[in-house]
Design a protein around this ligand. Structure first.
Ligand code: XIL
Length: 991
């Protein structure tokens, strides 16, 4: 996002009431202080305790700065010197709104040694399209002996540009100001704003940049008028509305506006704030893709967290300069709900330090109360990242960092510094023209400056962030850091960090560390570097997980593995997305999903409690659902991932941590395909087609279970982890109301078939339950009657999972069917997911070394590549889940590999397909009545061998002109193969 530094002229656009303003005040020091009405609201306070708060010099040669003494209150005042004219002084953009009556009070005195003069507060007001007028607010005679009170009122009636300034009758007098307070009878920061353009004018809206605004009937959504925006010069160019004075620092507002565009484009709502001419931009509503010609509402919330002397909201596009229409803008004050004080503090419930990621806005109001009540540690979400602290070489900006560290220190909170070295949110200059030597010097300078500033106050630092890529042989991410400096950038970062603050805990931080492959890659790196003497004190597990995945056992296995390395561990960025994929979005999150999230928090915190001796802290990535990175990552959607909702109230997720006894019940569901097994305690291949559903661990008892449906009943399997073998250990399946109890070591049961068998970590129980039609199931696993854990939910009967096999071999990959394919069994795409007829494919697969070969012979006489979307062109998609773990969303190494009839290749995976995008090669040829696709898919994350099972599916897309008119798959009937791997079939590798 970029924006012009010059404020857009507002002149041409306003139809003005030509009102002569009565200048209400010209108070003198003789008038005693007026008592402020009880209902008055404080609009602004300038106490000069933290900088000049937006005040700057007026007139050439004037200087304005905070002075420590004498101060009227506190320890700072504003000193103005260098004046050479009566109108020289100190000026600020006042938070005055048209039509509101303000009272302004303040204190002034002459600078030490300056003679007596009259100091006045004056407004320079420039009506739109008119000449400046000067309106006195307050004045008093001052000397350098004592503070003198200024007091007056101010109001104005026509749209104008304002500057409030202090001046003196003595041309060269230096003077001090302090404790200037602006109050109003009605609080304009509570009353909100609307714009409907029904006056037939652009109302208070002004163009940014060169755009042209006009009220017109053709732009109306409701009523007779809307606002047309044309002639835009840049994506940020468009209509803006000044909201200074209508928004109070620390208060929350909802903003909404309707937008429409003839061209398809994405529009969003943003805010620009400035202090002393320095702009900053914030998103209010992330850009939304508009359907051409349709009105769409943009809504978002905004909390002003900074001092400002300029504040506006504006509509902009994600890209391009297409015109658009705007109507029905609203800004509404949101009365904060008080935080709950009758619920336990999280910090009282946990045996390790509990923290939250925070930001400037969260140090105000109810958010601040929530943090200090529940948390013991804070991490800034963005304020200490490189782009925030050193945007240009050697130019450090610590305003936000200082504020957050000061606030945390004042509130007795521990502080985690995040983060010194990362590939993201790092300005381009860092890598520009960098040799290894230059890069390491920049790195060292950065760490010395940032860490040095907070030495002794920031106890823990994420020194390097996200440096591991488990898909590389050496396990290292190919970032510019790595490309330029190899592993030495990590070594240097830790060495310098240790030198700067020997007492700080130094962390290597990463995501997905709970997944086995990444876990191993990070483990190997940490072990190697520590063996070299690199001062890595701790491993940080980010833990961005979702309501279903990964299993809690992965997290526990990771913590146990690093514990064996003797390294300290922290959970650094925990949140629980309500989505399992990268595409879905809810309008309202169902209560059942929030309950599931609560149970997920519980099982995760059960892990943390069991592993507490290995964890020095756990940080949740956010304060409350009103501000979370997941509302815009990886796409813009409603995603509340935290323990407190967007009104800061406790959710099931909170109870999952604080008191699981108060969690709402959850109903799970288990896919139960048709299938049969031998009930003999042996694990048939049928059971390997799907992963088991975890049954939460308690102590060292845990289990995973599965079911298959047949007309004869329900085949069930429980794999129980229970190291102590006791004949009174049991698994009880209750189907409907009928309990079926299986005893450990048993080889039969009363009234149904059952069998158990010892395994490496416990035992396996298998049975055939004469279930009838009941689908409600409870699976309870008990350890000698002492401990019990259970799964409760519905069994969902599904068709059998299709399987086929791939013998070993490799063809020439050219789209020509060679003899190597002859002995390979064939599958067909007989599952319609779109249309009732259309293209089909006959599919075969082979494997050799690390590569899977797939042949698809497509019957489709009419071929088209006209759609801009690859999936709407005639093409074949091959889906591969190398671990066949059938997760709902895509794991890193799950891939969607597409080849069109002309041989065009496209790859999908997780949102950026990071780990799979280079895996596909292949070719296509046209044949009579259709085409042939040959694909070669590298699968580097697993070892291909006989009997290995791959999650696998094939989809044929049938296009007619620019649209896809039919599609069919081999196994998955859901039409969601591109986002969800759980219904794919299975490919068995054969000899
Ligand atoms: C996120 C912040 O929360 C967002 O506000 C920002 O826009 C992007 O970064 N892993 C990390 C964090 O280490 O720094 C990221 O934080 C989330 C992923």
């Amino acid at each position: 996002m970029k924006a012009p530094l010059v404020r857009a002229p507002r002149s041409a656009v306003l139809v003005l009431l030509s009102l002569v303003l009565s200048l209400v005040a010209g108070a003198t020091a003789a008038i005693p202080a007026t008592a402020t009405a009880a209902t008055a609201a404080t609009i602004a306070t300038y106490d000069f305790e933290s900088g000049t708060q937006g005040w700057g010099p007026r007139g050439a040669g004037v200087s304005v700065a905070t002075a420590p003494a004498p101060a009227h209150g506190g320890t700072g005042a504003l000193l103005t010197t260098g004046r050479t004219a009566t109108w020289h002084g100190a000026a600020v953009t006042p938070p005055f709104e048209k039509g509101v009556a303000y009272e302004v009070t303040g204190w002034a005195r002459a600078a030490d040694g300056s003679p007596s003069s009259t100091v006045a507060l004056t407004v320079q007001r420039t009506p739109a399209g008119g000449e400046a007028v000067y309106e006195r607010v307050a004045a008093a005679v001052v000397t350098d002996a004592a503070w003198v009170r200024l007091s007056g009122t101010y109001t104005y009636a026509a749209d104008s540009e304002l500057s409030l300034y202090a001046e003196s009758s003595g041309e060269t007098v230096g003077f001090l100001l302090d404790d200037i307070v602006v109050t109003a009878d009605t609080d304009p920061t509570r009353s909100g704003l609307t714009s409907d353009f029904e006056t037939g004018t652009v109302q208070e809206w002004a163009p940014r940049g060169g755009s042209v605004l006009a009220a017109g009937a053709a732009s109306a959504r409701t009523g007779s008028y809307g606002l047309g925006v044309t002639n835009r010069q840049a994506s940020w160019d468009g209509p803006s509305r000044n909201v200074l004075g209508r928004v109070a620092k620390g208060s929350k507002y909802t903003l909404s506006v309707w937008v429409r565009s003839a061209a398809a484009q994405s529009l969003g709502l943003s805010a620009e704030r400035r202090l002393g001419g320095t702009p900053a931009y914030e998103r209010v509503a992330a850009p939304r893709a508009l359907a051409a010609g349709e009105w769409t509402e943009l809504t978002g919330t905004y909390t002003l967290a900074h001092d400002v002397d300029f504040l506006s909201v504006y509509v902009e596009s994600a890209e391009g300069t297409e015109p658009f229409d705007v109507d029905d803008f609203r800004l509404v004050y949101v009365e904060p709900k008080p935080i709950q004080t009758d619920i336990p503090a999280l910090k009282d419930k946990l045996p390790f330090t509990i923290g939250a990621a925070f930001y400037r806005g969260a140090t105000l109001g109810e958010h601040a109360k929530l943090i200090t009540r529940h948390y013991e540690s804070v991490t800034p979400g963005n304020s200490l990242k490189w782009d925030a602290t050193e945007p240009a070489e050697g130019e450090f900006t610590f305003a936000d960092g200082d504020h957050l560290v000061d606030w945390a220190t004042a509130n007795g909170l521990e502080f985690r510094g995040h983060t010194l070295v990362w590939h993201s949110q790092t300005p381009a200059w860092v890598f520009e023209g960098a040799t290894k030597e230059i890069l390491l010097r920049r790195l060292e300078n950065h760490i010395r400056a940032v860490m040095g500033r907070y030495k002794g106050r920031i106890g823990t630092w994420d020194v390097v962030n996200e440096v591991v890529d488990e898909n590389r042989a050496d396990g290292l991410r190919r970032s510019p850091w790595y490309e330029i400096a190899g592993l030495d950038y990590i070594r240097t970062a830790f060495r310098v960090a240790r030198e700067v603050d020997p007492d700080a805990t130094l962390v290597i931080n990463d995501y997905n560390t709970e997944f086995p492959r990444k876990r191993q890659a990070l483990y190997d790196l940490v072990r190697k570097l520590r063996a070299e003497g690199v001062p890595i004190d701790a491993v940080g597990h980010q833990l961005h997980v979702n309501v279903e995945q990964p299993p809690a056992s992965y997290i526990e296995d990771t913590i146990e593995k690093f514990a064996r390395l003797g390294v300290e561990q922290q959970v650094t960025e925990l949140d629980v997305s309500v989505y399992t994929d990268f595409t879905s979005s809810y309008d309202t999150v169902p209560a059942g999903v929030l309950a599931l999230q609560g149970h997920r928090y519980k099982e995760i915190f059960d892990v943390f409690r069991r592993q507490a001796r290995h964890l020095s802290s756990v940080t949740i990535w956010g304060v409350a659902d009103d501000a979370t990175w997941l509302s815009s990552f990886p796409i813009t959607r409603l995603n509340p991932p935290l323990p407190f909702d967007d009104e800061l109230q406790a959710k099931p997720a909170y109870w999952g941590i604080a008191d699981p006894g108060r969690l709402p019940p959850v109903s799970r569901s288990l896919n139960a395909p048709a299938g049969t097994v031998a009930v003999d305690g042996k694990r048939d291949e049928q059971w390997d087609l799907l992963p088991g559903a975890p049954i939460a661990r308690t102590g060292d008892l845990s289990a995973a279970w599965q079911a298959r449906t047949t007309p004869a009943g329900l085949y069930v399997l429980a794999e129980v982890t229970d190291p102590t073998d006791d004949r009174t250990d049991t698994v009880t399946f209750t189907v409907g109301d009928t309990p079926y109890r299986i005893q450990r070591g048993g080889t039969h049961a009363h009234g149904f078939r059952a069998h158990t068998k010892k395994t490496a970590t416990g035992y396996r129980a298998e049975a055939l339950l004469p279930s009838g039609t009941a689908t409600g199931v409870r699976v309870a696993v008990a350890d000698a009657g002492r401990k019990e854990t259970a799964w409760t939910g519905e069994v969902v009967p599904l068709p059998a999972i299709r399987t086929t096999s791939a013998p070993k071999g490799a063809p020439v990959v050219d789209g020509v069917v060679d003899a190597a394919w002859n002995r390979v069994p064939e599958a067909t795409t007989g599952t319609r997911i779109q249309g009732t007829s259309g293209a089909t494919a006959r599919v075969r697969a082979m494997w050799k070394a690390g590569t899977l070969h797939v042949l698809a012979r497509v019957t489709d006489p009419v071929l088209s590549e006209e759609s801009p979307n690859a999936w709407e062109q005639d093409s074949v998609e091959i889906f591969v889940d190398p671990e066949n773990n059938k997760s709902k969303g895509y794991d890193d190494d799950d891939g969607q590999y597409r080849i069109s009839f002309t041989g065009k290749k496209t790859v999908g995976g997780t949102f950026d397909a990071f780990a799979v995008k280079d895996n596909l090669t292949g070719a296509a040829t046209r044949v009579a009545g259709g085409y042939v696709v040959e694909a070669a898919i590298r699968l580097p994350t697993v070892t291909l061998a006989q009997d290995v099972l791959l999650g696998f599916d094939v989809q044929v897309n049938d296009a007619t002109g620019t649209a896809r008119t039919a599609a069919a798959t081999w196994n998955d009937p859901t039409g969601r193969s591109y986002a969800d791997t759980s219904r794919w079939g299975v490919l068995r590798l054969a000899k």
